[in-house]
Design a protein around this ligand. Structure first.
Ligand code: 13P
Ligand code: 13P
Ligand code: MG
Ligand code: MG
Length: 364
């Protein structure tokens, strides 16, 4: 069995929240290389999406392993030291705890991990997003594994015809529910169509139960109690064979869906698919980005990456994203560009409401 772990954190932006300083990548690579030499990791790849540092690791320690999580935490701490020296923006932004306690969950970084038996051919796609939240994966995951207009394999591939199950997390109440699709898609859409509250955590092949996709659902505001930065989630998807083909996995991103997370985490904007070097959200700190690193696993080695959205066939998605961005921007501080009031409770909004409390009088 091999475990693929993707653990990420914003440990300082360059410049502002737009991108990452190369020294942070170099420092993280040195830590990963040391762990490889010591035999803790089978392989690793360090990359970024916007201002978020991404550690992609393979190992044989299983999910939620303390050594792996400590390696990631220590790497983020070392990179934060460099970020502080360079006075990068928001150095250590996502490290919300002072002491490591066995697992990065609930400490600020985001993580997605899956353990599985490597197949004869094992294509995996690692999606990483900036300026958005974990629910952003709901629509793409629905299309990939439940929508035959996206994934023709659901109709014509015998090994996909019995469908997939979705584990959906209620982020506010800390509970979960599993839906069997396609039978329960209407029930499921009631929930996952509200991505600020419900997020797809995992997708499994039916009836085998084999893991197909895992996302990070770590909510930064729920940990910090105030706005400190957006979740900027990650998603791992296995492809081909009993799973959707690579092109079926990428296809949902040809539509730049509206997600929350743009500018101060408080605005809706289109999710623009782009190459990793182009993930530098600058216009109004955006628009939100998604990148994808593709690998073929070989004995746990990460053969790759291929920068999957570095393809002119996504140019129109980028153009549509720019048009949608322009349309939304013109709303300025008005909804639906700005998030609804109940989503603003981690900003200054409650203070403003408190200040105004005594000034409200009853309508006639
Ligand atoms: P190739 O014939 O290029 O291998 O493509 C196979 C395929 O089914 C792509 O969807
Ligand atoms: P990040 O979560 O990517 O740091 O973005 C924060 C922000 O508020 C940008 O406007
Ligand atoms: Mg940042
Ligand atoms: Mg970010």
């Amino acid at each position: 069995m091999i475990t693929l772990s993707v653990i990420k954190a914003d440990i300082g932006g360059y410049v502002g929240h737009s991108s990452m300083h190369p020294d942070l990548i170099a420092e993280a690579e040195a830590h990963m290389e040391k762990a490889r030499k010591e035999g803790l990791l089978v392989d690793s790849h360090v990359t970024r999406c916007g201002d978020d540092l991404q550690l992609i690791m393979t190992h044989e320690q299983g999910e939620g392993n303390e050594k792996i999580h400590k390696l990631a935490w220590d790497t983020f701490l070392a990179c934060t030291d460099i970020a502080k020296k360079l006075k990068l923006h928001g150095a250590g932004q996502d490290l919300l705890s002072d002491a490591f306690s066995g697992n990065v969950k609930g400490m600020g970084p985001g993580s997605a991990e899956m353990e599985f038996e490597e197949r004869g051919s094992e294509p995996v796609l690692v999606f990483m997003a900036d300026k958005t939240s974990s629910g952003a994966w709901n629509m793409p995951l629905y299309k990939m594994f439940a929508d035959p207009f996206n994934t023709i394999g659901l109709v014509i591939a015998e090994n996909m015809h019995s469908g997939f199950s979705y584990e959906v997390h209620d982020i506010k109440e800390h509970r979960k529910v599993v839906f069997n699709c396609p039978e329960e898609i209407y029930d499921m859409l009631v929930l996952i169509g509200a991505p600020a509250r419900y997020a797809v955590k995992a997708v499994r092949h039916r009836p085998s139960g084999v893991i197909a996709a895992v996302s990070s659902t770590d909510k930064l505001y729920a940990i910090a109690g105030k706005y400190v930065g957006k979740d900027d989630p990650v998603l791992i998807v296995r492809s081909q064979g009993e799973f959707p083909a690579v092109g079926e996995v990428l296809e949902p991103f040809a539509f730049p869906e509206a997600v929350e997370g743009w500018m101060r985490g408080s605005h809706h904007g289109p999710l623009m698919p782009c190459s990793i070097p182009q993930s530098n959200p600058s216009r109004f700190d955006g628009p939100p980005r998604v990148v994808c690193a593709g690998f073929q696993l070989s004995g746990g080695k990460l053969v790759g990456p291929r920068d999957m959205f570095d393809d002119p066939s996504f140019d129109e998605a980028r153009r549509l994203a720019n048009l949608a961005a322009e349309y939304l921007r013109r709303h300025g501080p008005f909804e639906p560009h700005r998030l609804p009031l109940d989503e603003m409770e981690y900003t200054t909004m409650p203070k403003v409401m408190k200040k105004l409390e005594g000034r409200f009088t009853a309508l006639d």
